[in-house]
Design a protein around this ligand. Structure first.
Ligand code: G6P
Length: 527
């Protein structure tokens, strides 16, 4: 049986058995901000929030996040809570407020100036500042207090997201040993030699070993993590079971490659998409020329300058393509408070202008750079309009743009040019795989996208779509939930999470839960 939102809903209900689901992620799924004197609600750029929102819609529960919008405070109750999504409230968003200094030290400083470059190893030197570390510890404590409040002393499964919260699991376990804690690290984990430059490495690992389950996208990152722990802390490593035992606690380490909700494409590509495509072509003076697209936050891990250099190389090697296609880059500004990100934004602008100057004409500019926040409706439209999508990350845990593009192509057309250095490249082997550091090879990848016959496109796209359909976000969450759900102490009366009473099948499953959790697990086919 395939994984759908409904199946995840039912697994969550039986697995959690009345325990609360609390997700902690720094970024909130809905941001309220002021625009022209009005409050608007936007969806942030980045794969994490887009991927997890459908999971929360299915499972219910609470998402604890930093309230980062300038109108966020206006939109919540006295405890910082509101029900989301705004048009179909199905779970609670609990906003946590941080001072500017805390945001500077914890988010910009330690998380994005230290851990982000440390884990990605893309030749951006990580910086480690004691003041940032101080703020990182402080903010992890603030989030721990918010989670404990949300758990209200009852059973809960806390699902921690990413590198912003390495210390949180230990803090929670110390306060409430009965909480079940799982952590998903959305970015790569480096090898021990790289990791050891972090002055607070042992503290970070100690924090992460507060988890019952520590999960990464791929086995390679799990191996790196286990090696790092082995070389840094006194502990017992069980290589058979892939687990770490320390101070009487066991942390299992497992790969769970994240994915997307394949249904989102249909939701965002409404019936009028062709009409909207015409307007978009007019707005950006694209005529009826072929389109290649890139969709990213402007981040130095994404290889945006590298792909522009490949566009340049393509135009030099194959001048017959001049005037016949556009490379449209959606580049959502990101973390611009950090100099490395501001500089990159400038670099991309300058490079785009240079290529346009060199090859362009008054009527045709090869590169169109949309350096602004772009909503999912337009992004899915572009995926659908494009002959190809280019993902050229220099190093990426997964890269969900690759999977979103595939999910948008219900027409089984379009070519994915994909960096070998993404987690996605291990699953989407029918993409045109390139090394983004190799400009000529990437240029050839672009040419392949411009020239691939429709039959070949269909053959490859069909296989990739099958992969994404089967290994979707509901399967990811279902597998994670069932792995840790076994540890949640059943409450006496498990409350159904949804409004509808359980069906006969679900009631039987609930009953089985109390008889034998493993039997239940097998019966649901999620062993
Ligand atoms: C990456 C990180 C996420 C983050 C996203 C957007 O995917 O793994 O944790 O939310 O980038 O970045 P931002 O800093 O804007 O949240």
């Amino acid at each position: 049986m395939g994984w759908s939102q409904e199946r995840l809903e039912s697994v969550a209900r039986t697995r959690l058995g009345g325990a609360k689901l609390i997700v902690v992620a720094n970024r909130e799924p809905y941001i309220h901000r002021f625009r022209d004197g009005e409050v608007e609600c936007i969806r942030p750029a980045g794969g994490l929030t887009t991927a997890l929102d459908p999971v929360m819609r299915a499972c219910g529960g609470t998402w604890v996040a930093h309230g980062s919008g300038d109108a966020d405070l206006q939109s919540v109750d006295a405890r910082g809570r509101l029900r989301v999504p705004p048009d179909d409230p199905s779970y609670t968003l609990r906003r946590v407020w941080l001072t500017k200094e805390q945001e500077e030290g914890y988010y910009y400083g330690f998380a994005n100036g230290g851990l982000w470059p440390l884990c990605h190893q893309v030749y951006a030197r990580p910086t480690f500042d004691p003041a940032h570390w101080q703020a990182y510890q402080e903010v992890n404590e603030i989030f721990a207090a918010a989670v404990l409040e949300e758990a209200q002393g009852g059973p809960a499964l806390v699902f921690v997201q990413d590198y912003h919260f390495a210390l949180l699991p230990r803090l929670l376990k110390q306060a409430r040993p009965d909480l079940v804690i799982a952590h998903f690290w959305h970015i790569p984990w480096p090898n021990p030699e790289t990791f050891r430059v972090c002055p607070w490495g042992p503290e970070l690992l100690e924090g992460m070993l507060g988890n019952d389950l520590m999960s990464f996208h791929i086995q390679y990152h799990c191996n790196n993590f286990l090696e790092t722990v082995d070389r840094t802390l006194e502990c017992r490593i069980d290589r058979e079971r892939f687990a770490v035992e320390r101070n009487g606690q066991t942390t299992r380490v497992r790969p769970h490659p994240i994915s997307v909700d394949p249904g989102l494409a249909e939701k965002y590509l409404s019936d009028d998409w062709e009409q909207r495509a015409k307007q978009l072509r007019k707005r950006h003076r694209l005529g009826d020329r072929t389109l290649l697209v890139g969709v990213d936050r402007v981040d130095y891990t994404k290889g945006i300058p590298e792909r522009l250099l490949a566009v340049n190389d393509l135009l030099e090697q194959h001048p017959e393509w001049k005037g016949r296609f556009h490379f449209l880059q959606v580049g959502a500004p990101s973390r611009t408070h950090l100099p490395a990100y501001r500089d990159l934004n400038d670099e991309v602008q300058t490079l785009a202008e240079r290529i346009n100057w060199e090859h362009g004409t008054p009527n045709w500019q090869p590169v169109v750079f949309l350096n602004e926040h772009t909503g999912p409706e337009d992004i899915f439209l572009l995926y659908r309009m494009a002959a190809g999508c280019v993902v050229s990350s220099l190093h990426d845990g997964m890269n969900l743009v690759a999977k979103e593009f595939v999910s948008a192509r219900t027409d089984e057309q379009g070519v994915l040019v994909l960096s070998r250095f993404t987690g996605a490249a291990r699953e989407l082997t029918d993409a045109v795989l390139v090394n983004p550091f190799d400009v000529r090879q990437t240029a050839e990848g672009l040419l392949a996208a411009l020239t691939m016959p429709p039959d070949e496109q269909r053959r490859r796209m069909r296989k990739m779509r099958q992969q994404v359909d089967e290994h979707n976000i509901f399967r990811w969450a279902g597998h994670l939930l069932s792995e840790v759900g076994r540890m949640v102490e059943p409450t006496s009366t498990p409350e159904p999470l949804g409004m509808t009473p359980p069906s006969e099948d679900e009631a039987r499953a609930l009953l089985a839960r109390y008889q034998s959790l493993d039997t239940l697990r097998l019966s649901m086919g999620i062993a």
